[in-house]
Design a protein around this ligand. Structure first.
Ligand SMILES: C[S@@+](CC[C@H](N)C(=O)[O-])C[C@H]1O[C@@H](n2cnc3c(N)ncnc32)[C@H](O)[C@@H]1O
Length: 252
């Protein structure tokens, strides 16, 4: 539901961080020319574009349950097979790909183990299955300051720290439960510079993801208080946000 938003809103809120993760994910999965690779939960296509640059459009497929994101990913990556589908039920044959990647998706899957198992099913034996989730539990994701401010004002607010894969070691546990082999965990980090506070804050008001949904549900005065507390907690602009994601690579 919280991803029923336009691609531009997503780009401004989360795409600004996820685009920098794409090359790191491709490296983690050792994506190289000649392979055929699947992007699961592609959104508007941050990782899809990186895969196309490495493999060419004919060697990339992508899925996402959000029709708006699928349309955007198709428009941005002509020639890629982009379909509306969820990880838990991938519309591909067994062993169809050399690798399957899910960037910032496992924590939104209805059944993360089933989704990862499906990624293993469509990957050739020994091929890479890789996923990453922001370190929300450690407060080191891109939304750390936002959720800290939320909790100061609203201690009972539900943040994203208990979502699947968002704490150290949990993504690897999910890979093991999905019967993937050769599991290795690492941390990926991206740095994004924010020229002004407003440039950082305004995308939180666009309703994207759990943070956007939280802001959308606030009365005007509460939203203003949250914005001003965020301003106090952040360094003076321009400032850089360093965002870390737990990442795991396994083998089908
Ligand atoms: C934070 S976005 C990540 C998008 C993109 N991978 C990126 O890195 O920018 C999470 C995406 O997961 C998708 N999603 C949610 N549930 C999913 C599921 N069960 N299977 C696949 N994708 C799912 C959402 O529609 C959304 O596009």
């Amino acid at each position: 539901m919280s991803f029923d938003v336009g691609a531009e809103a997503y780009d401004r809120f989360m795409g600004r961080y996820s685009v920098g993760l794409a090359a790191l994910m491709a490296e983690l999965a050792a994506v190289q020319a000649g392979q055929r690779v699947l992007d699961v939960g592609c959104g508007p296509g941050a990782l899809t574009g990186e895969l196309v640059a490495r493999l060419g459009p004919g060697a990339v497929a992508a899925v996402d349950p959000s029709p708006k994101f699928v349309t955007a990913a198709q428009e941005r990556n002509p020639g890629v097979d982009v379909q509306v589908a969820a990880a838990e039920e991938l519309p591909f044959r067994d062993h169809d790909f050399d690798a399957a990647l899910a960037q910032l998706v496992v924590h939104f899957m209805a059944d993360p183990v089933a989704g990862l198992r499906e990624m293993g099913r469509v990957t050739r034996q020994g091929g890479a299955v890789a996923a990453c989730v922001w370190d929300h539990a450690g407060g080191q994701g891109p939304l750390g300051v936002f959720w800290r401010a939320v909790h100061e004002l609203d201690p009972d607010a539900r943040d994203e720290s208990d979502l699947a894969g968002a704490r150290e070691g949990h993504l690897a546990e999910l890979f093991a439960a999905a019967e993937l082999g050769a599991i290795e965990q690492t941390l990926l980090a991206v740095r994004v510079e924010h020229p002004t506070f407003e440039e950082w804050w305004e995308p939180f008001t666009l309703g994207v993801g759990p943070a956007g949904a939280y802001v959308s549900g606030l009365a005007d005065g509460d939203r203003d208080r949250l914005r001003e507390l965020c301003r106090e907690l952040l360094p003076a602009p321009p400032f850089t946000v360093t965002a870390q994601a737990w990442a795991v690579r396994g083998r089908a």
